[in-house]
Design a protein around this ligand. Structure first.
Ligand code: UGY
Ligand code: MN
Length: 154
């Protein structure tokens, strides 16, 4: 795996990581929510090879790292904001998020609290927490966002 690449490992797949130089690795480890007659497959990819997706009503650039099909019970979004750009919608939704700010800086609003954030910061957003972001630095913001999908939240 190179810089910017990623892997998805299906549940119960034996694996190990070996690295010959110093590197940072972000791992999302979670219990898989099975669906009858659906299986996931191992994926190895790279962010810059993922297509830009439509974001109606929004200005940020969006890429998804996993297929959006039913077998996959979460996705990872890569979101890019140019300086001064912000979420048009103050979102409230059942999905929870884990966010890692990869580049840039800005302000994250969670409910009625406002947090200055910069590259390296991580945020967990519980279900239904109102959320909003504005990129305030001189360089682009890129963040990586975990989102649970395709399963009933109940
Ligand atoms: O897809 C999302 O829920 C995403 N737009 N949320 C966020 O950036 N806080
Ligand atoms: Mn969201």
């Amino acid at each position: 795996m190179q810089v910017d690449s990623y892997a998805y490992l299906p549940p119960n797949q034996d694996h190990y990581f070996k690295c010959d130089a110093s590197a940072s690795l972000v791992a999302f480890e979670r219990r898989y929510a099975y669906l009858e007659n659906h299986v996931t497959e191992q994926i190895v990819g790279s962010t810059d090879k993922q297509p830009l997706l439509e974001t109606p009503g929004e200005v940020f650039e969006l890429r998804k790292l996993l297929p959006t099909s039913l077998p996959y019970d979460f996705n990872i979004h890569i979101m890019d904001f140019q300086p001064g750009e912000f979420l048009n919608v103050k979102e409230v939704h059942y999905n929870q998020h884990g966010l890692l700010l990869l580049e840039g800086q800005g302000i994250y609003r969670l409910g009625d609290s406002w947090y200055p954030v910069q590259a390296g910061d991580a945020i967990w957003m519980a279900p239904f927490v109102p959320q909003w972001y504005a990129a305030l630095g001189k360089t682009r913001t890129r963040y990586l966002l975990y989102k649970d999908v395709n399963r009933s939240p109940l």
